[in-house]
Design a protein around this ligand. Structure first.
Ligand code: GLN
Length: 201
């Protein structure tokens, strides 16, 4: 059976994720209401603006049901703002900003600084993609990085060069996967493919 994957659709680059998942054979459902969480095999939390997404999650009464599903083990992949939503701790958050949590990491919002609002870099991610695979072209757009990880978190990607060298930009803990970057904009579906494998257990 085709996996049924939700894409949180309150704000952000929803369509690109849905397209990527569908190109890999998944069925997608845009999620705006609590009922739409029923029967999903996994959910993608897209990039966008984490403060806005947090407000809308609460306004749509979706925050608590989604958090409950994540705690019950629903596999989730958060990209950029989605990574922030999954993080237990956020630096440079707005005063009333909340997250769904579950991922035992501290992320810093807009971490790469104003001069480099957006940039791209090749990341090799051997643990995720295999030793011999070509690197992932990672697109960062006002991206967070992961500043600290708990003992259960596996680091899957770090920046290789430049002032941010060594910064953590991809992590996994159990059923939760998060990247600082946006694989949905490059036409490279390997991160989504990895997530679909996670949803199959
Ligand atoms: N591309 C993105 O998702 C940017 C994230 C945004 N800077 C935030 O804090 O939510």
């Amino acid at each position: 059976m085709k996996p049924q994957i939700g894409v949180l659709a309150v704000q952000g680059d929803v369509r690109e994720h849905a397209r990527s998942l569908e190109s890999l054979g998944a069925t997608t459902r845009l999620v705006r209401r609590p009922e739409e969480l029923e029967g999903l095999d996994g959910i993608v939390l897209p990039g966008g603006e984490s403060t806005t997404m947090d407000k809308l999650l609460r306004a749509f009464d979706l925050r608590d049901p989604l958090r409950d599903r994540l705690q019950a083990g629903l596999p989730a992949y958060g990209s950029c703002a989605g990574m922030i939503l999954l993080a237990d701790r956020v630096l440079d958050a707005t005063a009333d900003q909340q997250t769904l949590g579950g991922l035992d990491v501290t992320v810093r919002r807009n971490a790469f600084g104003r001069q480099v609002d957006s940039f791209e870099e090749d990341l090799s991610m051997p643990e995720m993609l295999g030793e011999s695979d070509r690197p992932v072209r990672a697109v960062f757009i006002r991206a967070p990085w992961v500043e600290a990880v708990g003992p259960e978190v596996r680091v899957l990607g770090t920046v290789a060069t430049g002032p941010a060298a060594g910064r953590i930009v991809a992590v996994r803990q159990g059923n939760l996967l998060a990247t600082s970057f946006h694989p949905e904009v490059t036409g490279d579906h390997r991160i989504h493919e990895y997530f679909l494998r996670m949803t199959r257990g």
